[in-house]
Structure formats: C-alpha cells, structure tokens
Design a protein around this ligand. Structure first.
Ligand code: GLC
Length: 559
C-alpha cells in the first residue's frame, strides 16, 4: 500500500451544520441498526449502540448517517414493516435514545437521515387492525387497498399482481375480501388516493424534521401511486419493474406519484436548512430524474454501478450517463455499491460472471449466490476489486452511499443455516432465493468475545469465523487494512472535493482515468496487465503500486 506523506490541503467545505447544499457531495453511511452495535446485550443492535460508536463514525470520516428503520416492528421484513412511524422499537431504545443519538451525531458534525416507508405499513399498525375489524367499504378499509375477489364466490385474487417477494400480491381476510401487499403479506399497501394517508405522512415528516433530522430516505418511492380503476389492469403482460418508460404500469413509477413528492418538498423547504430526501426508486434510468427534481425529493439513488460487472466500459458509460442526468435535473449524482438489499460488492466481484442470458434480480443479485457461493467465490479478487471500485466511486462528483461493514471489506455471509434465516424473500420464494440476510449479519468489533464485540449476547444472525480477523479493533492496528484504506480515502475526499465536475483523460478499453477540479486525478486499471501511472504524486491507492506501474484491479489517486 502506498501511503502519501503529502500534507492535506485545507478543508474547503462550508460549515456542515448550516450549508443547504451539504448533501450534494456527502459520504453517507447506511446503518442497519439491528446489526450495528448491541448496547444492552439482547442480541439485537440498538440506538444506544449507534450512539456509542459515534467516535468510530467520526474517525471514519462520513458526512451523514442513514439508519434503516428503527421503528416498532415485528420484523417480518427487517423493520420495513412499520407498526408506528413516530416511535422507536422498544428493543432498540426509546425516543430519548433517538434524541441522544441525534445529538451525538450532530455534535460530531454528522448529519442524520431517517428511513420513511410510505408504501405500506405493517399488519400490526393501528390503522390496519382497525381496517380488519371494520366492515367492507368502511372508511377504515379505504386507507388500504381492499377489493372483492374474482372467480366462484370471490375465492380468487382480484388481479394477477405479484408480490416482489414472490407469490400473489393479494391476501384474503376472514370476511372474504382481499388486501394488496406488493411486498410481504405483513406489509399491506396504503391507499394514497385517501387524503387521510397523505396527511398522516406529512405529520410524520414534520415529527422527525422537528426532532432535528436532516433528511429522509424514501423507501420504494416509485410504488405509492396505483391505477385502481376497475377492472384492475393485468400486470403480467407488462414490462417488469424498472423497465417501463411510459408510466403505464398499474403500480410502478406512475406519473401521479410526483404530486405527492411536490407536497413533501413544500414541507421540506419550510425548514432551514431545507430537509433533504433521496428516493429509492428502481425505475428506468430515463425516469429517475423526476424523483431527483428540486421540486420533488431532490435526489434519487442510482443503482446502475451496483448492477454492473467490474468492467471499464460499463462503468464509464454509467458514470457519464448519470452525470449528464444529474446536470439536467439540478440534483447531484448518487453512487452505491452495496446496501442492505444486495450481495456485498466484495463478494459480487469475486464470483464468476453469470452465464450469458441469465437475468440479474431487481437488486442486482447474481444468480450464483442463490445457489451457494463458497466453491466459486474468489475472496481475494473480490476484495481487491471492491477496493478499486470504491476508490473510483469516492472520486466521483456527487454523493456516495456506503453500507456498514464494507469499510471492513466484509463478504456476504452465505453459510447461514436455513432455520436461522429471517428474510421473507427466502420464505416466499420458497427457499430458492437465499434472501438478504447474508449482508445483514452483525458487525465484528473485536477479534474475539461473544458476537465479536457486537454485544454481550448471541447475535441475532450467526457470524462466521472469518469475522474475527475482519473486526474493527484488529483492522485499526493494521495500516494496510481495508478500514484504514476507507478512512484515508474519506479524509482525502473531504478535502479534495471541489465543483461537481469531471474531465475524462484518454479512452483505453480497460482503464478509467479522470480529473476533478484542483488537479485531483483517479485512475483505475480494470485490465489484466499493469499500466503506467500518469504524472503526479500519489495520494492514495486501493492496493500496493508496482513502482510507476498501476497493477490490475487497482485504483490510484494522484494530485
Ligand atoms: C425497499 C427496502 C427493502 C424492503 C422493501 C420493502 O426495497 O430497501 O429492504 O424489503 O423496500 O419495504
């Protein structure tokens, strides 16, 4: 590992607490709260656990933290089944603990983004319980999407709509009606045509904004508006999610959804600085800009890199297209390589390519993992490429979203026994898709001890032996560790970041080389042979350099 001795320039960023544009090039760290740090030893991570790790987050050098849902939940979908939008799951703490966490983060100059799940509640939400107890056609049922069935005696679902997690998207209730759930049956979809639903979410956004949160991540932002005109349109002959370009799908990415976000934007702009929002919208790239509009949510995740193979041509095409799109909408670009829904990128890059013609899932999951990774996975190559891709990503203009554990170079945990799996995709597929538990295994903080320092109890998902050497305290002692590699990269990024501009240099098939304002350069070798490093002093690199040569699967930053 080449570590530069060059002094760092002054930090050009404006005061992060008041700058209304703080989000544009922020490094945002996603926390999966139940698997980050367990302060009370019950096996589930909690908010006091997050608070206790603020010094860690500060040393890592992130600008913002986005915890996945921490609300009361039966965990039918890892917390994305929300019982109460304005409270904290008692197993994770209390609202006071939330305030302590926010204060500790803000005290360290770190922003806080909370996850809002507006497409569906949990089936334990007071409104859904009320709907179940109320008769057909009642106002309580009209907050959700209830319909009579088809076929003899209404015994068949109202339409052919399928759940993202597998099976029909309709579930029958005892009086014979059916309700819509695009995800698990425990996640009934709200009816966004009902003004009460709209008011309720405005109150929730205000609740957290008043509590001092800086922004929101909007879960399945492209699903809220639905065409509910009777008879319900068939969806089986339409393009799958993400492929439509005309807004004609009965429930994905309909144009009316933007009326909702225009209303939210007005609320966000009542605050100083305005609250930010980022859409999780798995839509066709040509329609992403609508979510990122300054009159809408303001930013949208771009999952293109996350779905791409480690390939120079593909990366360049994606980067160029997204920068162009961001410039057209006024938003900044977003970049993501890992999150709580996909196979970790160190593992993706270490798997053999999927066979020609095989489709990647909606979350970029490779078919190989579903069948078990271990025999095929090259851990060393995967991590080497992951570090190279990360360093490239961190040099791009725009926001970088990082997922807990990637800074430790963690691999997907493939060896979770079926009996211990939690993800509904595993149960609804059934068992064909191993699900997303493998990237949600509790973090290792120490090389030994119960749950590798995650907490005093047994972790809620089993941790593999290789987590010990990957633990935080072990990596802190090793200057070449992935953790120290991330720390240094984020430190440099914070200081080097200038205008949201990028100039490509050269156009080799296997090398990506570009310059940012102020002379900061990033060069990545995707090929199989070493290439000459350009002129300049090396700031950082993802692997050891070979004199003046950049080895394969390596990125270097130069000034
Ligand atoms: C989003 C979340 C995912 C969740 C789903 C349903 O895609 O990222 O974890 O299962 O929405 O809420």
């Amino acid at each position: 590992m080449t570590v530069s001795t060059q002094p760092l320039p002054e930090d050009p960023r404006t005061n992060p607490t008041t700058d209304p544009h703080w989000w544009r090039q922020a490094a945002v760290y996603q926390i999966y709260p139940r698997s980050f740090s367990d302060a009370n030893g019950d096996g589930l991570g909690d908010l006091p656990g997050v608070t206790s790790k603020v010094p860690y987050l500060s040393a890592l050098g992130v600008d913002a933290v986005w915890p996945s849902p921490f609300y009361p939940s039966a965990l039918a979908d890892g917390g994305y089944d929300v019982d109460d939008y304005r409270n904290v799951d008692p197993r994770l703490g209390s609202l006071d603990d939330f305030d302590d966490m926010a204060a500790a983060l803000h005290g360290a100059g770190i922003k806080l983004i909370v996850d809002i799940v507006p497409n569906h509640s949990s089936n334990r939400h007071a409104w859904f319980q009320e709907a179940l107890a109320a008769p057909k056609g009642s106002p309580a049922r009209s907050r959700y999407i209830f319909r009579d069935g088809t076929g003899p005696g209404g015994s068949l679902p109202p339409s052919d709509w399928q759940s993202v997690f597998g099976g029909s998207a309709w579930e029958q209730v005892p009086d014979g009606q059916w309700y819509l759930h695009l995800f698990a049956a425990e996640q009934p979809d709200f009816n966004w045509e009902n003004p009460e639903v709209r008011e309720e979410f405005l109150s929730t956004l205000r609740f957290w904004s008043d509590r001092g949160v800086d922004g929101f991540r909007i879960d399945v932002a492209h699903a809220l508006a639905k065409d509910l005109t009777e008879p319900l349109a068939s969806s089986s002959d339409l393009s799958p999610e993400g492929e439509g370009t005309d807004g004609g799908h009965p429930f994905w990415d309909r144009d009316e959804v933007h009326e909702i976000y225009a209303e939210w934007r007005k609320l966000f702009n009542e605050y100083d600085p305005p609250r930010t929002a980022v859409a999780e919208a798995w839509v066709h790239a040509s329609r992403r800009g609508r979510y990122a509009s300054p009159d809408g949510l303001g930013q949208a995740f771009n999952f293109d890199l996350l779905q791409a193979d480690f390939d120079a041509g593909r990366f360049r095409q994606i980067i160029a297209a997204n920068l162009e799109q961001a410039a057209a909408t006024g938003a900044s670009s977003t970049w993501v390589l890992s999150n709580h829904d996909v196979v970790r990128h160190a593992t993706r890059y270490g798997l053999p390519p999927a066979p020609t013609g095989s489709a990647k899932g909606r979350d970029g999951k490779d078919w190989v993992l579903s069948g078990g990774t271990e025999p095929a996975l090259d851990r060393g190559l995967g991590l080497r490429r992951a570090r190279a891709a990360t360093l490239l990503m961190l040099a791009l203009p725009g926001s970088a979203y990082l997922y807990q554990g990637e800074e430790l170079g963690l691999h997907e945990v493939a060896e979770i026994p079926d009996a211990e799996r939690q993800d509904p995709t595993f149960y609804r597929s059934p068992g064909v898709d191993k699900g997303r538990d493998g990237c949600r295994v509790p973090l290792p903080w120490t090389p030994e001890g119960p749950s590798f320092g995650f907490g005093a109890g047994t972790a809620h998902l089993p941790q593999p032996e290789q987590f010990g050497p990957s633990s935080v305290s072990r990596q802190e002692q090793d200057p070449d560790s992935t953790l120290n590699f991330y720390r240094r990269a984020l430190e440099f990024r914070g200081k080097q970041q200038g205008a949201e501009e990028l100039d490509w240099i050269g156009s080799a098939d296997t090398v990506l080389h570009f310059r940012r304002p102020g002379g900061w350069q990033s060069i990545t070798n995707f090929g199989t042979e070493p290439v000459a490093l350009p002129e300049g002093s090396v700031l950082h690199s993802s692997a050891a350099l070979d004199g003046s040569l950049l080895p394969p699967d390596t990125t270097a930053w130069l000034a």
